[in-house]
Write a protein that binds this ligand. Structure first.
Ligand code: GLU
Length: 373
C-alpha cells in the first residue's frame, strides 16, 4: 500500500505532446454535401451523384437488421449500474440521418435509452472548443488498450487518462467543462445562441436538445442516482486524479455532472440527428459552421481510435467508421460527409460494446461497401 507521500511522488505533472496549432490552421470548406464534381488529370469533369441517390438506406438498414436477428438479446446488460440491469436486452433499433436531414429507421428507433458515454462525444466537442489545446494537458489521445474503467493504467501514467473516452478521461473532460461553465454564462457557438448554462451536464443536454431539435430530452434521474450510489470505481479514479492535481472542481461536483451527462435519455432518431453535425464537418443543415471543422475532424479521429473501449482496432476492422459506444447499448457511427447512424441494443460484449449494434454496423458498411477506407 502506498503512503500519501509516495502516492504524490508518483503523480508528477506531465504535458501530453501536441503539434503546434498553426499546422492545423488551414481548412477546406465544403459547401455542398449532396453531389460533387471531380476533375480528372485530363480536365474531364465527372459528376458524382448524391449519396442518397447511390444508397437505398431504408433497404440497407432493414437488411442489415435482419442479418443480426440471431444476435438480438445476446450479450449482457450493464448490470453494474442497477437501473440499467432492468432494461430488456432484446430491443434493437437503428437510425441513419443523412446530411440533408433525411431520416431512415428500423426497429425500436424511438425507444429512449441511456446514452451513457456516447455523451462524451458531445462534451469533448464543447471542451475542445472552449479550452482548445489546453485540454491536452489534462488528458491524452491514445487508445488505452485497457478496460474503460481501469485504475491501474491511471496510476502508472500519473493521473493523466489515456484518452477522453475511457471513464477517467471523460471525467476530466467534464471537470474542464464544469470549470468553464461555472465561471461564465456560456455563449454556445454550437447552437448559434447565447444562453445561461448551469454546469457541464446542462451544456451537453442543451447541445443535444438543439441539434436533435427535441427540447424535451432530459436526464433520467433514476439512472443518475443509480450510478452515483454504485459508482465506487469512478470515485476512486476521480479521487486519484485529484490527488495528482488533475481535477479542478470538487470530486463530488464533477461526478454529479458526469453521472447526469451519462444518464441523458434519448432514442436513436434524436441521437443520430445530433450526431450528423460531425458528418457535416461541423455545419448545420443550412451550411452554417457551428462547430469548427478542426474540432469535428479531431473528435472523429478520437472516435475512430478510442471510441469503442479496448476493441477500437476490431471496430475499425469490422466497421471502418469513427464510432462511439456507451454501456447503455448505443453506438454512434459517422459516415463523413454522408450521415450519422445510431444502432442500439442493450446486450453488451465483454468490452462493453453492443453485440447486435456493432454487428449491425459491420453489416451496414459491408453491404453498402462504404466506409472511410
Ligand atoms: N456511466 C458509465 C460509467 O461511468 C459510462 C460507461 C460507458 O458508457 O462507457 O461507468
Amino acid at each position: 500500500m502506498y503512503s500519501s507521500t509516495s502516492l504524490l511522488l508518483r503523480c508528477k505533472s506531465r504535458k501530453v505532446a501536441h503539434r503546434p496549432s498553426s499546422l492545423f490552421s488551414r481548412s477546406i470548406h465544403v459547401s455542398t454535401f449532396q453531389s460533387a464534381q471531380w476533375i480528372t488529370n485530363s480536365s474531364e469533369v465527372i459528376n458524382i451523384p448524391s449519396y442518397n441517390d447511390i444508397f437505398d438506406w431504408e433497404t440497407l438498414l432493414n437488411e442489415s437488421s435482419k442479418d443480426v436477428d440471431h444476435l438480438k438479446g445476446t450479450g449482457m446488460v450493464a448490470d453494474y449500474i442497477p437501473q440499467l440491469a432492468k432494461v430488456d436486452p432484446h430491443q434493437f433499433g437503428a437510425t441513419m440521418v443523412t446530411v440533408d436531414g433525411s431520416v431512415f429507421s428500423v426497429g425500436d428507433a424511438q425507444t429512449p435509452f441511456s446514452i451513457q458515454s456516447v455523451s462524451n462525444v458531445f462534451s469533448l466537442m464543447l471542451a475542445m472548443t472552449y479550452v482548445d489545446d489546453d485540454l491536452w494537458t489534462h488528458v491524452g489521445r491514445e487508445p488505452s488498450g485497457n478496460p474503460f474503467n481501469s485504475l491501474v493504467q491511471l496510476e502508472y501514467e500519473d493521473g493523466i487518462p489515456r484518452n477522453p473516452f475511457i471513464n477517467a478521461g471523460a471525467i476530466v473532460v467534464t471537470d474542464v467543462l464544469q470549470k468553464h461553465c461555472s465561471t461564465s454564462c456560456l455563449l454556445t457557438p454550437h447552437t448559434a445562441t447565447t444562453q445561461h448554462i448551469d454546469g457541464a451536464s446542462d451544456a451537453v443536454l442543451e447541445l443535444l436538445r438543439f441539434h436533435s431539435g427535441n427540447p424535451d430530452i432530459s436526464v433520467d434521474e433514476a439512472v443518475a442516482t443509480s450510478e452515483k450510489i454504485t459508482g465506487h470505481r469512478n470515485y476512486a479514479l476521480t479521487h486519484f486524479m485529484a490527488s495528482c492535481g488533475n481535477i479542478q472542481n470538487s470530486v463530488d461536483v464533477v461526478l454529479e455532472e458526469y453521472f447526469k451527462q451519462c444518464s441523458i435519455s434519448m432514442h436513436c432518431e434524436d441521437l443520430a440527428k445530433a450526431g450528423v453535425l460531425l458528418a457535416r464537418q461541423g455545419k448545420d443543415a443550412s451550411g452554417q459552421q457551428l462547430l469548427s471543422s478542426k474540432v469535428s475532424k479531431r473528435v472523429q479521429a478520437i472516435m475512430m481510435t478510442c471510441g469503442t473501449y479496448d476493441a477500437a482496432g476490431e471496430t475499425a476492422y469490422r466497421i471502418g467508421l469513427p464510432c462511439k459506444s456507451g454501456v447503455g447499448g448505443a453506438v454512434l457511427a459517422i459516415f463523413p460527409r454522408v450521415g450519422a447512424v445510431v444502432a442500439w441494443s442493450p446486450g453488451l460484449d465483454t468490452f462493453g460494446n453492443s453485440v447486435a449494434g456493432v454487428a449491425f454496423l459491420d453489416r451496414l458498411t459491408t453491404r453498402s461497401g462504404f466506409s472511410v477506407f
